[in-house]
Design a protein around this ligand. Structure first.
Ligand code: HPA
Length: 368
């Protein structure tokens, strides 16, 4: 393998000059720069990041620990992280803690041992040990999706955080269903202990209160953020003596579970059960009727996490920031509004409520 010294010899310059050209650390005359790049090309030289890391104490790598990596929401986040990291010259090491606090601690330790420059973590429902590890070892870290209570104070570590708004968009879904005349609106909530679950429950309760509807605890069930549990939870709701007429599902996987429960009982959406979902996903418009959903800005969540981390690496003592990104309401047919025949774009078009009256809250809007 060609070394930097080989490149320097071939270009007729010093090793320091080769290093300045490759790392952009000092201006170099254009013809010298050209000679170095030609030698790099000719010799097939590639940077030895191990050697560079020994000198700089940086690996230009980011550790990403995200559970449920196969969930399209997290896959899109990963795409956002990867694209943004690459743009800034960083590579990724990826781990899946499977929502298990012990596993989470282990993967974070492994990433730390690989000397990533910083980490982006979607914390589990019990993140105490995670926070304590990152604090003890002073690992620069950004929390993503799930917002964590972190210690405050002069000496406290500074963790930046980024996630989508959870409460207001859920209130918007309840408001929409209540506006269509529903009085018994159920919620299939996510995994207990996650901030995203708490916020969506808060939003649900606000929506009921704003519509003058009582909170009935029998209509709030937990689907553990996964399809199978979402199916069981929805089946429980449908078995109530007086089942809900409308349902909000708090994530994409539980929406799939809810649809399975509805189908296995021979019921239909929205005739027997109107449905509004948190999370839009690539196939949401293939269901019949198409799914009315709240879309999270998943790629942007990933990109912002990288930005927060790189800012932190550049300025370790800067004040911690928590970014909450708005969601988008994607109005389709599963809520019970009649979709107009013909090619209906997701972002435009005419929607009428069950009364046949045009729904003024038409297609896509940003929820606060
Ligand atoms: N958090 C937020 N949104 C989601 C999740 C999650 O864990 N899973 C699917 N959508």
């Amino acid at each position: 393998m060609a070394t930097m010294a080989d490149v320097a010899r071939s270009a007729g310059v010093s090793v320091a000059t080769v290093s300045h050209v490759l790392n952009d650390t000092r201006p170099v005359l254009p013809h010298t720069r050209r000679a170095v790049l030609d030698a790099v090309e000719e010799l097939g030289y590639t940077t030895n990041t191990l050697a560079r890391s020994l000198v700089t104490s940086r690996t230009r790598s980011i550790g990403l620990a995200v559970s449920a990596i196969s969930n399209p929401y997290f896959t899109e986040i990963l795409q956002g992280v990867e694209a943004s990291a690459l743009e800034h010259g960083y590579g990724l090491l990826i781990a899946d803690p499977h929502e298990d606090p012990a596993h989470e601690r282990e993967v974070v330790r492994l990433l730390h041992e690989r000397r990533v420059d910083g980490m982006i973590v979607a914390p589990s429902a019990e993140p105490r040990e995670l926070v304590s590890y990152l604090t003890r070892h002073r690992v620069p870290a950004v929390f993503l999706d799930r917002i964590v209570d972190v210690p405050e104070g002069e000496d406290a570590p500074r963790f930046d955080q980024v996630g989508a708004e959870g409460a207001e968009p859920t209130t918007g879904l309840v408001d929409h269903l209540a506006g269509l005349g529903h009085r018994r609106i159920g919620l299939v909530a996510g995994r207990p202990g996650l901030s995203t679950t708490r916020e969506r429950i808060t939003g649900y309760r606000h929506g009921l209160a704003a519509a003058g509807l009582p909170f009935d605890e029998r209509l709030l069930v937990h689907g553990d953020s996964e399809a199978a549990a979402g199916e069981r939870a929805t089946a429980d709701l449908l078995s109530l003596a007086v089942p809900p007429t409308a349902l909000v599902t708090a994530n994409n996987a539980m929406t799939i579970g809810a649809l399975r429960a509805v189908r296995s009982r021979g019921l239909s959406v929205p005739g027997d059960l109107a449905l509004c979902c948190f999370d839009d996903f690539a196939w949401a418009d293939l269901f019949s009727p198409r799914l009315t959903a709240v879309a999270q800005p998943s790629r942007d969540i990933g990109a912002q996490a990288v930005r927060l981390l790189l800012d932190r690496l550049a300025e370790p003592d800067r004040p911690a920031r928590t970014l909450r990104l708005p969601c988008t309401f994607v109005h389709r047919g599963s809520c019970g509004c009649v979709e107009q025949p013909g090619p209906l774009s997701e972002k435009s078009g005419h929607v009428a409520g069950p009364s046949g009256k045009a729904d003024a809250k038409a297609h896509e809007r940003t929820l606060p």
